[in-house]
Design a protein around this ligand. Structure first.
Ligand code: GUN
Ligand code: FE
Length: 503
């Protein structure tokens, strides 16, 4: 059983889509169940304030673990990866010049098939969970493989490591290679899926940490019977659904060929009851107005995967356009379509991809507008800010996974899913408290001597003169897992970066 915990220092989280809130000299009390029970501001006299707080909460002094953050550190909500393929992790970075459909056949299906060997699955899945936790991912929507035992193993490993995970056995009973196909028809596909659902309900009856998610790989890979059965199950058991949509133009052409009677790609899923408020649609790069409107009506959400969409040359998801149409958006790493298991990387790439959308002419310089259907008004608003991508990485992702009342921000009643971020603090020998350039105040200047420049502390140097929003921008554009010092899920410490590492 965890102790009651008191976190003290600077807390940063999303207040709204384009605004971060900074709580300095604050304290957050987290009870034994991992819930935030109090947030105290202006916590200057730590000892006195703690006494008052403990009295209010009925906490016994000796039963509280206090953690104060150091200069240059702050608490941030855990990241939410709304789309990641655990079995593809060994392929991260391997895609050559392939695009979606040849990439699947050349790299992806052979790798996924190889994880039917459980010792191999254990090794790979163990690495994915450890690695994503080390990057601050406190919740993830995972695709596993078609294999029941390996899918159950992924759920076991997430639960043991304490990472919130929605784990889906991949359904693919059409156009699959013979060495990696979900055999036996829709009844068998459904039965295998039920086995994994039953397993997850057994190991985590509350579904708090690990829960199932129905996973028809994508429309071209699923028979009508399978999609119909999954749609029925989603409705009867109120289950989450994840799939891919409109990622690549070849894929869209294939869907048109396979479903000639459907109005469009989104309507294929809708026809099988697979577009629900609990559906996560990955990519959504090439949607039409009608599809965006349908997705909005059904309340389904989008996992934006800028790393993957760039690596596989799929295209640029129009995030602002989706948000303008009321479609919820979160970030996904889409390992290994995406090469990086880091949501921070996804956030910075979301910034860059949005800037590509904002540029009037494509990089080839042939004068062609790219994409062709974006008008000047949309282009002018396309750029996403640091604040916005951090919102997508936390509260946006939480909403995509139906966790918005539980995680994604620091509020009383929410759970403590958080990361302690440390940026290098360059010693400030001048003790120059007055901001000579008048750019505004940083609450506490370095006392000097703190730091570790030269140690494996990451790429982010802060000099003490930055405003907090500038520090956060430096973290988003230069940061990595070296800055992720500690990670908690539901109050439990699930990752701690070794304090001194030799490289
Ligand atoms: N579409 C169908 N399967 C996949 C997959 O594994 N990754 C990506 N990015 N797209 C897909
Ligand atoms: Fe994917």
């Amino acid at each position: 059983m965890q102790k009651n915990q008191l976190f003290v220092g600077t807390f940063v989280h999303s207040k709204s889509l384009n605004q971060l809130e900074y709580l300095h000299d604050a304290a957050i009390a987290v009870d034994k169940s991992g819930k935030i029970v109090a947030i105290e501001l202006q916590f200057y006299d730590q000892k006195q304030a703690a006494e008052i707080l403990y009295a209010k909460l009925g906490w016994d002094d000796g039963d509280v673990q206090v953690r104060a953050c150091e200069e240059g550190q702050f608490y941030f909500p855990g990241f939410i990866d709304t789309h990641i393929h655990a079995p593809q992790y060994p392929n991260a970075g391997i895609f050559g010049s392939s695009t979606l459909l040849d990439w699947l056949n050349k790299y992806t299906f052979p790798m996924e098939a190889s994880l039917a060997k459980l010792p191999r699955a254990r090794r790979v899945y163990g690495q994915v969970v450890r690695r994503t936790l080390s990057h601050g991912t406190t919740a993830a929507a995972y695709y596993a493989t078609i294999d029941v035992a390996a899918t159950n193993l992924l759920a076991d490993l997430c639960l043991a490591a304490g990472q919130r995970a929605f784990v889906g056995r991949v359904c693919m009973d059409r156009l699959a290679p013979d060495y990696y196909a979900d055999e036996g028809g829709p009844d068998a596909v459904l039965a295998r899926t039920r086995e994994t659902i039953d397993h997850m309900r057994r190991i985590d009856p509350t579904g708090d940490i690990v829960a199932p998610i129905l996973t028809p790989r994508f429309a071209p890979a699923c028979s009508d019977g399978t999609m119909e059965a999954l749609g029925r199950l989603a409705r009867s058991d109120d289950l989450r659904v994840q799939t891919h949509i409109s990622e690549n133009v070849g894929e869209i052409a294939l869907v048109r060929e396979l479903f000639p009677d459907a109005a469009d790609y989104a309507s294929v899923y809708d026809g099988f009851g697979l577009l629900t408020p609990r559906t996560v649609l990955a990519h959504a790069v090439h949607l039409t107005e009608a599809e965006a409107a349908l997705i909005h009506r059904r309340g389904a959400k989008v996992a934006h995967c800028p790393c993957s969409n760039s690596a596989l040359t799929s295209g640029e998801c129009r995030v602002r356009w989706l948000l303008d149409r009321g479609v919820g958006v979160g970030l996904g790493t889409d390992v290994s379509g995406g090469y990086a298991p880091s949501v921070l990387e996804a956030a910075r790439l979301a910034c860059l991809v949005s800037r590509h959308l904002a540029m009037p002419y494509n990089a080839q310089g042939d004068g062609r507008r790219a994409p062709a259907d974006i008008d000047d008004e949309e282009r002018a608003r396309a750029t996403l800010s640091v604040e916005e991508v951090l919102h997508l990485a936390t509260r946006g992702g939480a909403a995509v996974l139906g966790l918005e009342h539980k995680v994604g921000g620091f509020e009383v009643g929410m759970e403590w899913d958080a990361q302690l971020i440390g940026l290098n603090m360059v010693a400030n020998d001048e003790h120059d408290d007055g901001n000579a350039d008048g750019t505004g105040s940083v609450e506490k200047s370095s006392g000097g001597g703190v730091g570790g420049v030269g140690a494996d502390e990451g790429n982010v140097d802060i000099f003490g003169w930055e405003k907090w929003d500038e520090r956060i921008a430096k973290w988003v554009y230069n940061g990595d897992d070296r800055n992720t010092k500690m990670v908690w899920v539901k109050g439990r410490l699930v990752h701690q970066r070794p304090s001194s590492t030799s490289s």
